[in-house]
Design a protein around this ligand. Structure first.
Ligand SMILES: Cc1cc2nc3c(=O)[nH]c(=O)nc-3n(C[C@H](O)[C@H](O)[C@H](O)COP(=O)(O)OP(=O)(O)OC[C@H]3O[C@@H](n4cnc5c(N)ncnc54)[C@H](O)[C@@H]3O)c2cc1C
Length: 384
């Protein structure tokens, strides 16, 4: 079997943005004996189905810092990797209808400004003035950061993975981890559909399957998969571009420009956890209705296509990153709750530092695996 090895220093489970970024950063730190295992092909999980947004508008400082590190990396991506990631800094416009949401947005702005985020508070009149196609009558206000935007997750992930590979990381696709070996509290390796591999360090970067992989190690972590659906509609010349990411935080509905089209989606908070990836026609109608409500000019647009992907959600909508204290050698980077594309690149740097140096400059306490039910951490309020 080409590329097969039955021992390694470090095994990474998962070939999405998070696994690829960890592999890349380990490789740049001269960790040569690393295997990345992917049950499908690279980027076929949530990463390839994401809408590629990045933003500094978070309520939790840890999330702001992760986004800022990634944004800096995206700005230099072409120089560093020779790859165009189709980056568009069109801005994110968050909008609020209810007072509690508006208060959260205003508090968010105060926190973001402490981290030098160029965010503005906007009245409904100002929103209407800048984007006349947005209905604002029911709004209390909004916040806008022009540095936010979107990029294509596929070239980002593939560039990180290929760069890791060129530095010696073994990437093995179509190979599923079926069990983890743990003896006397120490990781020993993994069982896979193609054979066993022994290793003293195993990293769980399995995205929506992160809860399952943790259970293989005998650890129960609250990470669950939830379907999220996205639709593309035609709108040629109906709206002057660039169309920012426009988010109705009350309903968790959003839309943005996508070439000469509009991309739109919404979180269905009543849908139970599942691995369902089917597009639901009834829900599609609700998304389009929410879109036309917010931008009535789009009433006569045509649906082009839709797809569904999975968010990996934790109870406070923040990820679990770092060591799992009960099992030596077991690390997790899972539960990104809808913001893993923009946080994965920074998390790879942080986790590789933790593994190689035993410490990192980034305070991972908001993301500790044992925080749930113990300490009252603020979590993340600006989630779409
Ligand atoms: C519709 C949608 C829109 C989104 N929009 C955004 C956005 O705008 N901005 C943003 O930042 N984030 C967004 N996200 C979230 C983002 O896509 C995820 O947080 C991110 O991709 C997570 O990356 P990952 O590497 O952890 O997971 P994944 O990309 O899912 O990678 C995990 C990989 O692990 C593999 N795997 C799982 N179990 C095993 C096993 N047992 N053995 C081997 N391999 C295994 C899977 O096949 C998968 O490829 C969106 C997600 C969706 C679904």
């Amino acid at each position: 079997m080409r590329d097969w090895k039955n021992t390694a220093d470090i095994i990474i489970i998962g070939g999405g943005i998070v696994g690829a970024s960890i592999a890349y950063h380990l490789a740049t730190r001269a960790q040569k004996d690393v295997i990345l295992l992917e049950k499908e092909y690279l980027c076929e999980g949530s990463t390839g189905l994401s809408v590629g947004g990045f933003r500094q508008q978070f309520s939790n400082p840890a999330n702001i810092r992760l986004s800022q590190e990634t944004l800096n990396g995206f700005k230099h991506f072409k120089e560093d990797f020779g790859v165009d990631i189709d980056m568009h800094q069109v801005g994110y416009l968050f909008m609020a209808r209810e007072k509690d949401i508006w208060d959260d947005l205003k508090n968010g702005v105060q926190i973001q400004k402490k981290y030098s985020v160029p965010v503005e508070l906007l009245s409904p009149e100002e929103i209407s003035h800048r984007w006349p196609y947005i209905k604002t009558q029911d709004l209390l206000g909004g916040t806008f950061c022009p540095e936010d935007g979107y990029a294509d997750p596929y070239p980002v992930t593939m560039a990180l993975a290929r760069s890791a590979q060129s530095r010696g990381v073994h990437i093995i696709e179509k190979t599923r981890v079926t069990d983890l070996g743990v003896e006397r509290g120490q990781v020993k390796g993994v069982k896979t559909t193609r054979g066993d591999i022994s290793a003293p360090i195993v990293i769980n970067a399995a995205g929506p399957w992160g809860g399952e992989v943790s259970r293989m190690a005998g650890i129960k972590l609250p990470v669950r998969p939830y379907r999220r659906q996205v639709f593309i509609i035609s709108c040629i010349n109906q709206i002057p571009g660039p169309v920012p990411m426009v988010i109705d935080l009350d309903s968790r509905h959003y839309f943005r420009g996508e070439s000469k089209m509009i991309l739109t989606g919404m979180s269905d908070l009543n849908e139970p956890s599942s691995f369902n990836l089917l597009v639901d026609q009834e829900f599609m109608v609700k998304v389009i209705e929410a879109l036309v409500y917010r931008a009535p000019i789009l009433a006569n647009s045509r649906l082009i296509r839709g797809w569904a992907g999975l968010y990996a959600i934790t109870p406070d909508e923040n990820p679990i990153i770092g060591t799992i204290t009960e099992i030596e050698g077991f690390y997790c980077a899972i539960g990104f709750s809808g913001h893993g594309f923009q946080h994965g690149p920074a998390v790879g740097r942080i986790l590789s530092e933790l593994i190689c140096d035993g410490k990192t400059d980034f305070d991972l306490s908001p993301f500790a695996h044992d925080r749930f039910g113990k300490i009252n951490l603020p979590g993340e309020k600006q989630v779409v």
